[in-house]
Design a protein around this ligand. Structure first.
Ligand SMILES: [Zn+2]
Length: 193
């Protein structure tokens, strides 16, 4: 957590402001304004240390994040519903990372439909939120995935392709920068020119 602490403290000193999925959507679709130096922080899979270790550091530095949750794993060594509810109550955001974290591109349309639909419904029922974003397990998706996302009411999709988000990007296949454990601070800083 020393690395994460340094990274978050550095982002704060540089004047970055965290935004939500809704902020990003409104900025991309309606050109709504965002704070100076906007950043969308995302965490995949819903590990328990996101709540125990990462969240207190973000809270201390006035950042909020989006957590992509595998619904079948909730409470099984991962964050439980109570913790997820607490994160939301404190201003964080939740998206779907499917039900079972399978390679969506290898599934049939019916299987994909169930992964996308059931995870969204579970999150909405347990957390009382509207789920608007999907993060593809291991970054894998195909045309069927994108078609189903539109049908089921997902507005944003997050890949593992490295890069920034710009006006005009395809909303269902947005890029992200991956932060590795053990990444030297200078390498992290290089992502923010
Ligand atoms: Zn994942």
């Amino acid at each position: 957590m020393k690395q994460f602490n340094e990274e978050i403290a550095w982002l704060r000193r540089q004047g970055y402001h965290s935004i939500s999925i809704e902020d990003l959507y409104q900025a991309l679709v309606n050109k709504a304004s965002v704070p100076e130096k906007p950043i969308l922080l995302t965490f995949d899979d819903g590990y328990g240390d996101n709540y125990r270790s990462a969240w207190p550091i973000m809270q201390h530095n006035n950042f909020r994040a989006t957590f992509f949750i595998i619904t079948n794993s909730v409470g099984h060594g991962m964050m439980n519903w109570e913790q997820l509810n607490d994160l939301i109550k404190q201003g964080n955001f939740i998206g779907s990372h499917t039900v079972h974290h399978l390679d969506l591109a290898s599934l049939t349309e019916n299987q994909q439909d169930s992964e996308l639909n059931i995870s969204k419904q579970e999150l909405e029922q347990h957390l009382g939120i509207s789920v608007q974003a999907l993060c593809f397990p291991s970054g894998k998706y195909n045309k069927t995935t994108l078609k189903l996302m539109s049908k089921l009411g997902y507005r944003l999709g997050f890949t593992t392709k490295p890069g920034r988000v710009h006006l005009g990007d395809v909303l269902l296949t947005l890029k992200r920068e991956r932060i590795y454990g053990g990444m030297p601070l200078v390498s992290f800083q290089r992502l923010f020119p």
